[in-house]
Design a protein around this ligand. Structure first.
Ligand code: XMP
Length: 313
């Protein structure tokens, strides 16, 4: 983290920059409810007022009740938000895709196409995007293609019909959280756990289907509910593509395997598995196998980053 980070100076400089670049035109931000995109939306709202609006892309890959929560949060900040319901487009595009990087590329293509269409309808010219330094470093370093990194890897956003402004691209997560707090955003935003843009699509190993998303969504809700109290940097469930044998209600099943991933980190560049008491892990396992009929096994992942990454793919 930068020493003597002057938050008010940063906020003012970003607001001035947005005003200067957009002058007389319109901008849109795709808001997922995460700290990065919410900070961008608030900066843009302050810079542009009525020349700015947010869009929420309902891609069918969010967590339980997430669309409702995000929309009610944006309402609190009087940010005008258009909801774009495109779940089928994402599922259709992701059909038969199993390779992790291909999944991200396909997600990115549909995401920006939808955004481009929305921005055109709104007669806007700019997308204000919450890309942060870690996204750029990891994508340019070819560790992982973050869906929101375009220009830095030679993709011209004009291909989708807009220009991009990235007010947070020099900051790491802890600094973005400080800016969120300085902007008066609530704890639920500035302490919010990172959630990847492609959402539950990268928490399903192998092909993404609505049925598999439903399973991992339920497991995620259980894992978050039971493990949030340990304040991990991120905690989530992953649905493997393998199967394993189990016995449920006296019957043998060849069922699903859920992995629990919980990590401590400050910047997502390095991470360690959270030390969770055995009893708590047993309780989470019991809940997952009891509440999700298809699940036969629950595993806890120990590998730090490096050599692993935080996400499973
Ligand atoms: P990894 O798995 O690379 O994750 O250690 C580092 C951080 O980035 C998040 N992540 C993503 N975020 N689109 C995103 O917006 C992606 O494709 C993506 N892949 C990983 C991950 O959740 C962690 O916070």
């Amino acid at each position: 983290m930068k020493k003597n980070f002057d938050k008010q100076k940063f906020i003012k400089s970003r607001i001035d920059e947005i005003k200067k670049v957009v002058t007389g035109q319109k901008a849109v931000a795709a808001c997922s409810g995460g700290v990065d995109s919410t900070v961008c939306a608030v900066l843009a709202q302050r810079a542009l007022g009525k020349q700015f609006s947010a869009v929420f892309i309902d891609d069918g890959l969010m967590r339980e009740n997430e669309p409702e929560k995000v929309i009610s949060l944006l309402k609190k900040f009087a940010i005008k938000t258009k909801i774009v319901r495109v779940q089928q487009r994402f599922f259709q595009a992701l059909k038969k895709i199993t390779d992790p990087e291909e999944k991200r590329r396909v997600f990115r293509e549909v995401f920006y196409k939808v955004l481009g269409e929305t921005i055109k309808k709104q007669e806007a010219q700019f997308l204000i995007q919450g890309t942060i330094k870690a996204d750029v470093v990891e994508t340019v370093g070819r560790i992982k293609t973050q869906h929101n990194v375009l220009g830095q890897i030679g993709i011209n956003p004009q291909k989708y019909g807009f220009q991009v402004i990235e007010p947070l691209k020099t900051l790491y997560k802890p600094e973005v959280r400080q800016i969120a707090k300085a902007l008066g955003l609530p704890k639920e935003v500035y302490q919010r756990m990172p959630f990847p843009g492609p959402g539950l699509a990268i928490r399903v190993i192998g092909e993404v289907t609505p049925e598999k998303i439903k399973i991992v969504r339920r497991a995620t809700a259980i894992v978050e509910r039971e493990l949030n109290k340990f304040f991990p940097f991120q905690v989530f469930a992953v649905l493997l593509s393998d199967k394993a044998t189990g016995v449920k209600k006296g019957k043998r099943i060849f069922g699903d395997i859920i992995v629990i991933r919980s990590v401590d980190s400050s910047d997502a560049i390095k991470a360690r598995a959270t030390k969770i008491p055995w009893k708590v892990l047993e309780k989470v396992q019991e809940k997952i196998t009891a509440e999700i009929p298809s699940v036969a096994r629950v595993l806890y992942e120990l590998t730090p980053k490096p050599p692993a990454t935080i996400e499973y793919i």
